[in-house]
Design a protein around this ligand. Structure first.
Ligand SMILES: Cc1cc2nc3c(=O)[nH]c(=O)nc-3n(C[C@H](O)[C@H](O)[C@H](O)COP(=O)(O)O)c2cc1C
Length: 167
């Protein structure tokens, strides 16, 4: 075996998981950020985690607001997932600028994209300092799913977005 960086390893493990993390902005809108580093962590209680760069706007919003919805984007969102992963929402409204149609979940004031496969409405339990990222550990308040949507994954490391079987 060759010596590899973690980013090289991520290329070899493609396709990697993919999510759009939805957080509430101070003006009542939603910020959307593409996050590959998320995982299921516990079933009883139901806990998930995701890691984001310390500088991300999403992280700031989640640390300040305590609730977040982690969604798994369906195939119709491939273009927007890449766009939401290349610019920060600190100074722009990504949902509006990238024409992401939004919908609401019951008892949740954070909107999510139409064409989500899964939505995990979560409350922040704690965040942990992990090098250049924070790991956000979240209790799942309610999970939702749509079996008609086909999930997207990150390919070639994080350079391409496609289904589990790329065309
Ligand atoms: C395919 C893909 C996967 C990504 N995965 C992550 C990730 O796991 N963690 C992270 O911090 N940023 C990740 N990013 C980058 C963020 O989405 C990007 O920094 C974004 O601008 C953050 O937005 P925000 O500042 O509005 O939160 C990924 C980007 C792409 C395109």
């Amino acid at each position: 075996m060759k010596s590899f960086s973690l980013l090289d390893a991520a290329r070899l493990t493609s396709p990697n998981p993919l999510s759009l993390v939805c957080s509430r902005t101070p003006s009542g809108g939603v910020n959307l950020a593409t996050v590959s580093w998320w995982t299921y962590m516990s079933l009883e209680p139901e806990i998930i985690g995701f890691a984001m760069m310390k500088t991300s706007y999403t992280g700031e919003l989640v640390r300040g607001g305590s609730e977040v919805v982690l969604t798994i984007p369906g195939k119709a969102l491939a273009k927007q997932v890449m766009q939401c992963g290349t610019v920060s929402g600190r100074n722009r409204d990504k949902a509006r600028d990238f024409a992401v149609e939004l919908k609401t979940l019951p008892d949740c004031d954070i909107q999510i994209p139409v064409h989500s496969v899964v939505a995990l409405h979560c409350a922040l339990r704690e965040f942990v300092d992990v090098g250049d990222h924070y790991l956000y550990i979240c209790d799942v308040k309610q999970a939702y799913g749509d079996e008609n949507e086909v999930p997207l994954f990150a390919w070639k490391g994080y350079a391409k977005i496609a289904g589990a079987r790329p065309e």
